[in-house]
Design a protein around this ligand. Structure first.
Ligand code: ADP
Length: 327
């Protein structure tokens, strides 16, 4: 029979995302509600191997649901890639009698949890906290919606000044491997072109479309490009445009880390609360070594063994919509 979980720990790891605090709050309060002792681990796996843990009470997570970042801090931990590093982590958990671990992070953090659970049979449950929404098995990741809304707010402002000067703006948003932030923010702001890593960028086509729009006296243009676009990001696109259309006033704006911060959106607070609750339920019910996703509005428990990055899953239909609506 499976041992009943009685003392759990929660950590945030890898890239931070808005809504991680809401998830920590949900884990802590659901754990306490079920009579568990709950420990917070500072700075992800780095804090774990350094025994930087503290006991959390309901008040430890008061007044954080609306705050971006993570009160537990986050880090990248080289040592955890090694069996020796993970042994240190396990020894700390064993010493403290912790028999369940909730990991809030991206697919890298999940790989760490998978390795730990395999080597030491410690039950782990993951919550997808990443602004990139690039994890297979969930329609939502904590932080994505907020990041998109931040990008939209910024691009709306850029469009105002672009309009005042009849300028072309090339706006770079986050997304090293995934174009979801670019796609969603670009559609929502009426961008003329959206360049994403999932599609080969045909720069000639982008420029030809600008030439054609100039002919029609459409002078205000916004191109949204994901940082990981294979053509090379906003600066490269601007260079190519200027070379062919020197008459165009093309400006670059790289949004950068503002997309990671800020108060989480309603959706991110809701999914973080729901996923956090179900992470603890999973540990209690013996559904271990999974991450908690949401698919078609139902909880989806994906074995950590099967974690993978979404690749090329942006549909042709979306790309067609972009083209038609930007004409
Ligand atoms: P994210 O979780 O946002 O994808 P990273 O890929 O940087 O971010 O992973 C966060 C941390 O998880 C790493 O610094 C490392 O400590 C741990 N980790 C990532 N991949 C592995 C792995 N294959 N084995 C063990 N630990 C890993």
């Amino acid at each position: 029979m499976q041992k009943k979980v009685s003392r759990i720990a929660v950590l945030t790891s890898g890239g931070d995302s808005p809504g991680m605090n809401a998830a920590v709050r949900a884990v802590v309060r659901t754990g306490l509600y079920n009579g568990l002792e709950v420990y917070g681990v500072m700075r992800g796996y780095q804090g774990l191997i350094e025994d930087d843990l503290f006991k959390m009470e309901s008040r430890s997570v008061a007044n954080i649901i609306q705050r971006g970042g993570t009160i537990l801090k986050t880090a990248r931990c080289k040592e955890f890639y090694t069996p020796e590093g993970r042994k240190k982590g396990y020894d700390i958990l064993a010493k403290r009698g912790i028999d369940g671990l909730v990991v809030i992070g991206g697919d890298g953090s999940f790989k760490g949890a998978l390795a730990l659970s395999k080597e030491y049979n410690i039950p782990c449950v993951g919550l997808a906290g990443t602004i990139d929404k690039d994890i297979v098995g969930t329609d939502f990741t904590i932080g994505f919606d907020t990041a998109v809304n931040t990008a939209i707010e910024a691009i709306d402002k850029i469009r105002d000044t672009a309009d005042a000067h009849d300028r072309l703006f090339i706006v770079e948003v986050m997304g090293r491997d995934a174009g979801y932030i670019a796609l969603h923010s670009g559609i929502a702001t009426g961008a003329e072109s959206i360049l994403i890593p999932e599609r080969k960028t045909d720069i000639e086509e982008v420029i030809n479309s600008l030439v054609e729009k100039e002919r029609r006296k459409k002078l205000v243009n916004i191109i949204v490009v994901a940082e990981g676009d294979e053509f090379g990001g906003a600066n490269e696109v601007a260079k190519a445009v200027r070379a062919r259309m020197p008459q165009i006033d093309a400006r670059v704006c790289i949004l950068g880390h503002i997309q990671r911060g800020g108060s989480p959106s309603a959706i991110d607070r809701l999914i973080a609360s729901r996923m956090g609750y179900h992470a603890v339920e999973s540990l209690l019910e013996g559904r271990h070594n999974v991450f908690v996703g949401i698919m078609n509005n139902r909880m989806n428990y994906v074995p950590l063994e099967n974690i993978g990055k979404k690749k090329g899953t942006i549909s042709e239909e979306w790309m067609k919509i972009v083209k038609i609506l930007a004409s």
